[in-house]
Ligand binder design. Structure first.
Ligand SMILES: [Zn+2]
Length: 272
């Protein structure tokens, strides 16, 4: 089993949220997590500092970490705003360029999931901005309906990774679906909208999912970390990611990108 790591970019700055409710929700969440002793005073202080510094991404640090560890992670960027994703395309663009320069694949963090016409617009915006072809998508909040996947295929995407299911990659016409096996939030916030797991609990649930995936013969194991959480202000999250990638490596898993996995899958298909 190989591992595919990806990162959804939901935030770039704090100020981009001046017209939505993300900031008050964040403050409430911090109070609850501190009250329940899942985070330390240092983390609370760090999160306040992040607000003062107007910095809600950790793209630079995460790219550096992934590069050092030889992880060909995919970074997904939003092409339009909605549900708490509020950055402008011009603010994302330098980071998309930086990721590409550093050798990371990039894709679309999808917003439209119901109307093909809107989905095409996001595809076209990304293609125009990057000049790339053969890229994939993950839907923001994993939103989809019965037609989403086939419409993503029609829009031109090569792959999607939005379906939460412990299953192997499969084809929807010409699109490859890589089911999402581990999302950071589902591991750290099991019962609600705030952290309610310790690092040890997070490690245990990660190991259990990996074991189950091996048992089911899944070829490519997919893991999502939002770059937002690769920070000492979210210590458990960051430690969980570092531990997970080390655990995978120590147990002989290889890191691979979505596109390289597709090449392997299509070779296998062609050989049969
Ligand atoms: Zn998102």
């Amino acid at each position: 089993m190989d591992a595919i790591i990806s990162h959804d970019v939901d935030h770039i700055t704090v100020w981009e949220h001046r017209r939505d409710l993300i900031l008050p929700k964040h403050i409430i969440r911090n109070c609850i997590e501190f009250g329940l002793k899942y985070i330390t005073l240092d983390e609370v202080a760090g999160r306040l500092r992040d607000i003062m510094r107007n910095k809600w991404n950790n793209l630079e640090a995460l790219m550096q970490f992934d590069k050092e560890k030889g992880i060909p992670a995919t970074f997904f960027f939003g092409m339009q705003n909605g549900v708490g994703l509020s950055y402008a395309l011009q603010d994302a663009k330098p980071w998309m360029e930086k990721a590409t320069e550093e050798g990371f694949p990039i894709g679309v963090h999808g917003m439209a999931f119901e109307r093909l016409e809107e989905m095409r617009k996001e595809f076209d915006a990304f293609a125009a901005l990057t000049g790339l072809g053969g890229f994939g998508i993950r839907m923001h909040y994993l939103r989809r309906n019965a037609e989403t996947l086939i419409n993503l295929e029609k829009a031109g995407y090569r792959f999607d990774s939005s379906v939460q299911q412990l299953a192997s990659p499969y084809r929807v016409s010409d699109l490859w679906e890589f089911p999402l096996h581990i999302m950071d939030g589902r591991i750290l916030c099991r019962n609600g909208r705030w952290q309610d797991q310790t690092l040890e609990q997070a490690k245990d649930s990660t190991k259990a999912l990996l074991e189950e995936a091996v048992k089911r013969g899944i070829g490519y194991f997919t893991i999502l970390l939002h770059d937002r959480y690769f920070s000492d202000s979210f210590r458990t999250w960051k430690q969980w990611y570092v531990w997970t990638t080390e655990f995978l490596r120590d147990n002989g898993f290889k890191f691979i990108s979505f596109n390289d996995a597709i090449e392997e899958l299509e070779d296998v298909h062609a050989a049969h």
